[in-house]
Design a protein around this ligand. Structure first.
Ligand code: E4P
Length: 214
C-alpha cells in the first residue's frame, strides 16, 4: 500500500518525507489556496521535492482547456499526474491524455459507476472521496469496496486512491480492502504512528536500562 500526503504545504511534505515512507503527494486548488502563493510556483516546488507521483489539478471544466493545462503541467516533471474532475468533459480529456502517455488522477469520485467510467477512459488513478460521503451520512468506505471489486472483476489497472481521509480508521479499512493508495492529511499522517502504550513502553525500557549494573 502506498501513502501519499494530501497537502500543498512544502513544510508538511518535507516533514512527512522524514518518515521515509512517503510515496507521493496529492494537491487540489483549495489546498494550494491555503499556501497563498502562485499556483504553478507551488506545484513546481512540490514536483522537485518529491520523487513520487504529484497530482496537480486542472482548473478548466472543458476538455480543450483541460488538455492545454495538462500538457503545460506535465512539463514540470515526469512525476506529474494530472488531476481531472469526474465530469463528461473530464472523461474525454482523460482518454486523450492516456493516448499521449500523460498520467491522470480522476478526482471528485463519489460512486463506483463513476469510477468504472474513469477506468474505461484510461485513468491512471481514481480518487473516491470517503470523508465527504461520510459527512452526508453515506458510507464512504463502501464505495471503495465496490470499486475494488469492480476493478478486480475486469482487471483494470487504474489504482484506487482513498481520498478525503478524515481519521486513521479510513486508512485501516482502506488497507484491509486492498486499496492501492491512501492520500492522507498531514495531521492524520502524524497521528497514525502514535500509541500511548508504545510511549509508556519506551519510557519503561529506558528506566529499567538505568538499573542494569555498568
Ligand atoms: C485528494 O485528492 C482530495 O483533493 C482531498 O483528499 C479532498 O479532501 P477534503 O474532502 O478533506 O477536502
Amino acid at each position: 500500500m502506498k501513502f501519499f500526503i494530501d497537502t500543498a504545504d512544502i513544510n508538511e511534505i518535507r516533514k512527512a518525507k522524514e518518515y521515509g515512507i512517503l510515496d507521493g503527494v496529492t494537491t487540489n486548488p483549495s489546498l494550494v489556496a491555503k499556501v497563498k502563493r502562485p499556483y504553478t510556483e507551488v506545484l513546481s516546488e512540490i514536483v522537485k521535492e518529491v520523487p513520487g507521483p504529484v497530482s496537480a489539478e486542472v482548473i478548466s471544466v472543458e476538455c480543450d482547456g483541460m488538455l492545454k493545462e495538462a500538457r503545460e503541467l506535465a512539463k514540470m516533471g515526469s512525476n506529474v499526474v494530472i488531476k481531472i474532475p469526474l465530469i463528461k468533459e473530464g472523461l474525454k480529456a482523460v482518454k486523450i491524455l492516456a493516448s499521449e502517455h500523460i498520467k491522470t488522477n480522476v478526482t471528485l469520485c463519489f460512486n463506483a459507476l463513476q469510477a468504472l467510467m474513469a477506468a474505461k477512459a484510461g485513468a491512471t488513478y481514481i480518487s473516491p472521496f470517503v470523508g465527504r460521503l461520510d459527512d452526508i451520512t453515506s458510507e464512504g468506505m463502501d464505495v471503495i469496496e465496490d470499486i475494488i471489486t469492480i476493478y478486480d472483476n475486469y482487471g483494470f489497472d487504474t489504482e484506487v486512491i482513498v481520498a478525503s481521509i478524515r481519521n486513521p480508521l479510513h486508512i485501516k479499512y482502506a488497507a484491509l480492502m486492498g486499496a492501492h493508495i491512501a492520500t492522507i492529511p498531514f495531521s492524520v499522517f502524524e497521528s497514525i504512528v502514535k500509541h500511548p502504550l508504545t510511549d509508556v513502553g519506551v519510557a519503561r525500557f529506558l528506566e529499567d536500562y538505568q538499573k542494569i549494573p555498568k
